[in-house]
Design a protein around this ligand. Structure first.
Ligand code: NAD
Length: 482
């Protein structure tokens, strides 16, 4: 597969079921070549207002559809995505430089998200009706919220869009989605592909910058909920803007996943798993296994194994082959952010056992890196670097491991590696993270929830919990005798 046959979507806004011209121009850059691949409109608050009006006009009709009818639309979307899987993967890789194995996985998971929500919406129910007060019958209804505003990040454009669009539509809402200004292409292509499968106005896409388009969505009085996947900084901005209209807020924010390796763990399996879980999507992954806490008694052996795995990673452009595991950082700004962390870590006395520098080639490539001699509280082990970098710290007992794992503002995901049944149960219970894997890391499924605690936000993507988040509960109580 090459990038030559890439199908670019219309560089316009998708409002009311059609593509419309937008003013201004944001350059979309291929991070492998540093070349501009498209110029997309820079949306305005007025564009958002037009899109919200279209979503409001469409909401009653969509909400009235039976679950079966909405389910059929979602299955049709899944079929369309599946039929275009390869062209979508290429487009995703052109826009972000991500290896084809990652793009293909993204598209496959996006298809599965639509299929799961298509089935789930037909099976979900609310509490059964019942008599809880004398002479009164209670009926509990599950209703759509209305119009949902969605803001997505650059790291998984198509997949994060699918994680929002599928449950929002399944639950009977309409939406206006703002993709990341850096990576809008697959979201626009998605809109193009499904335009004839949804009534006009049910799905709208307005590109542009966060503080303009995202902020207007968050404050718009006719938007009933705002859902954002992105950084803590953007999450705070959205929650503040949403406060005035008291709309619901759903936030999937950053992460800094600790990986607790106990002395009785299968060290080889852990190191091999981290080769994937630490460097998937070039480490630009909110659940990345980026912070190892290993028992001091096995730290030497484990680090050796991990470094050997990381040395073996295949780095390159997507078109270099299907075996490429690590690509470039998504943008120049992000490349500078990641290399800035590496420079400061070096000044703080932290040593790179492998990598530690940018790669000497075109594009925004950083060498896969393992940082060792990392002291407690070091910046590199505390903050989200969001690049191909794993830090290794050591601990001496279970309490210390748990205390230090929890000592970050994030609470998205973590993993525990042990051969002990007791530790496999007691340690996850003590960890403040929305997902805890045992002897695994970064395995997701449409049936199970994804979302964080603390600074990683609130609300859940995937699973029946997402359908709940995008619905409201109404109690109707009727007197039997009147
Ligand atoms: P970002 O916060 O810079 O941008 C995310 C989106 O928010 C973009 O569309 C941006 O335009 C928009 N935005 C920025 N300022 C805004 C404002 N004031 N109001 C409204 N919208 C605004 O994040 P990013 O750099 O695109 O993505 C990386 C971040 O996303 C990382 O922190 C990562 O951990 C997080 N992330 C989390 C998950 C999860 O499931 N928890 C998944 C993917 C990414």
């Amino acid at each position: 597969m090459t990038r030559d046959g890439v199908v670019l979507p219309p560089a316009r806004q998708f409002i009311g079921g059609v593509f419309v011209e937008g003013a201004g121009g944001i350059e979309v850059v291929d991070p492998c070549t540093e070349e501009v691949v498209a110029v997309v409109p820079e949306g305005s608050a007025e564009d958002v207002d037009r899109a919200v009006a279209a979503a409001v006009a469409a909401k009653d009709g969509w909400a009235r559809q039976l679950p079966r009818q909405r389910s059929e639309s979602l299955h049709a979307i899944a079929d369309r995505l599946a039929a275009e899987a390869e062209s979508l993967s290429v487009l995703e890789s052109v826009n972000t430089g991500k290896p084809l194995m990652v793009s293909r996985d993204d598209v496959g998971q996006a298809v599965d998200t639509f299929r799961f929500m298509a089935g789930a919406v037909r099976a979900t129910t609310s509490l059964a009706a019942g008599e809880y007060a004398e002479d009164h019958l209670s009926v509990i209804l599950r209703e759509p919220l209305g119009v949902v505003g969605v803001v997505t990040p650059w790291n998984y454009r198509l997949l994060m869009a699918a994680w929002k669009i599928a449950p929002i539509l399944a639950a009977g809402n309409t939406l206006v989605l703002k993709p990341s200004e850096q990576t809008p292409l697959t979201t626009l292509r998605f809109a193009e592909l499904v335009a004839d499968l949804l009534p006009p106005g049910v799905l709208n896409v307005v590109g542009g910058y966060g503080p303009v388009v995202g902020a207007r969505l968050a404050s718009h009085p006719d938007v009933d909920m705002i859902a954002l996947t992105g950084s803590v900084h953007s999450g705070r901005a959205v929650a503040r803007a949403a406060a005035e209209s008291l709309k619901r807020v759903h936030l999937e924010l950053g992460g800094k996943a600790p990986v607790l390796v106990f002395p009785d763990a299968d060290l080889g399996a852990a190191a091999a798993a981290l080769r994937v879980a630490g460097f998937w999507n070039s480490g630009q992954e909110c659940g990345a296994a980026c912070r190892v806490l290993v028992h001091a008694s096995v730290a030497g052996e484990f680090t050796e194994r991990l470094v050997a795995e990381v040395r073996g990673l295949v780095v390159g452009e997507p078109w270099d082959g299907a075996d490429v595991e690590v690509g470039p950082m998504v943008s120049k700004a992000h490349f500078e952010r990641v290399t800035g962390y590496l420079e400061r870590a070096r000044k703080d006395g932290v040593r790179a056992a492998v990598g530690g520098d940018p790669l000497d080639r075109r594009g925004y490539f950083v060498a896969p890196t393992v940082l060792v001699d990392v002291p407690e509280g070091a910046e590199a082990a505390r903050e989200e670097i969001f690049g191909p970098v794993i830090t290794v710290e050591t601990f001496t007992d279970e309490d210390e491991a748990v205390r230090r794992a929890n000592a970050v503002p994030y609470g998205l995901s973590a993993s525990v590696w042990t051969g002990s049944t007791r530790l496999a149960q007691t340690v996850p219970a003590r960890l403040d993270f929305g997902t805890v894997w045992v002897n695994s890391h970064l395995v997701l499924a449409s049936e199970v929830p994804w979302g964080g605690f603390k600074g990683s936000g609130y609300g859940r993507d995937l699973s029946l919990y997402a359908l709940d988040d995008y619905s409201r509960t109404k109690h109707v109580m009727q007197h039997r005798g009147r």
